[in-house]
Design a protein around this ligand. Sequence first.
Ligand SMILES: NC(=O)c1ccc[n+]([C@@H]2O[C@H](COP(=O)([O-])OP(=O)(O)OC[C@H]3O[C@@H](n4cnc5c(N)ncnc54)[C@H](O)[C@@H]3O)[C@@H](O)[C@H]2O)c1
Length: 311
Amino acid sequence: MADTVLVTGGAGFIGAPLARRLADRGDRVVTFDREPARHADIPHIVGDITSRAEVRELIERVSPAAIVHTAAVVGVAASVGAGLMPTVQVNIAGSVNLFEAALEHGGVRRILDLSSEEYYGDFAEEPLGEDAPAAPISPYGISKFAVERLGRYYAEVRGLPYVAVRLSWVFGPDFPRARLPETWLQDAAEGRTSALARGGDQRIDFTYLADVVEGILAVLDAPALEHRAYNLASGTGTSMRELAEAIRRIAPEWDVELGDGGLELAPGVRAARKGAYDISRIRALGYAPSYGLEDALRDRLAGIREERTDA
Ligand SMILES: NC(=O)c1ccc[n+]([C@@H]2O[C@H](COP(=O)([O-])OP(=O)(O)OC[C@H]3O[C@@H](n4cnc5c(N)ncnc54)[C@H](O)[C@@H]3O)[C@@H](O)[C@H]2O)c1
């Protein structure tokens, strides 16, 4: 298969719509995931990224020209307690398996790794650029940081064409975890009042899934890349209180009891100080977010209402 794009984590929240978009525009795509296929018409290989043999066989079989690496244990909550070791194994060892197999096989022109705002830890400023210091505070963020540093080693010493794309809170259809704004939108669609004891002052750069897919394509398609990392988000910071106001504007019957302060992402685990990304680097590659927050929330709420009617 010539010029195939391999999407690891291709059954996931971001991987599946990305694979759909690539296939729809005419790219050859293969997805890889430990979960079954999300698209009947896209070749899918079930396997475990932590298995060196399986990943090596995958790369030999697919012979990808490009890889978008989205397979991971995702989120701060998933990375604490019993989740810490799987986070290390899947995110760090799994990525190394992929890097090694890609190098060994050859022919990979770009390997794009999805990283996170957790890489930075507490944002020192807003908007935050890619050269800001990395000081992750959660095991998840530390795993993302480790993968990026390994990626840089593989790029600079071993010649792997690695690039990191740092996302911030993405929302859209089929979001697999309980997180804002999806939970509040679900409540709004169900006619429930929401409650959040702490978090009104937490700032986040929210990005709509459709924009994330386009941003990934911009990095994937760029003829040359000047940087090893690109922020990909909306470029706007929004507090949870402002998020609540935006949802109230599109669903006036909904309300939330919202406390002040920062968010807690798991019991006893505070969220880092976050906010707007500086997205000028990725803008220079032709990316521009097409959804403002309110449009994205409206679109997603309409989607949830449709899903409820179909169910
Ligand atoms: N969703 C966000 O807001 C967000 C924000 C920042 C970064 N990211 C990053 O984007 C990437 C994709 O996240 P997502 O939101 O689509 O998460 P997701 O959980 O929906 O997707 C991850 C996929 O990886 C697969 N996977 C996990 N372990 C595996 C293994 N051992 N072998 C093979 N497949 C395995 C899962 O089955 C899943 O389909 C991740 O790297 C994540 O860290 C996401």
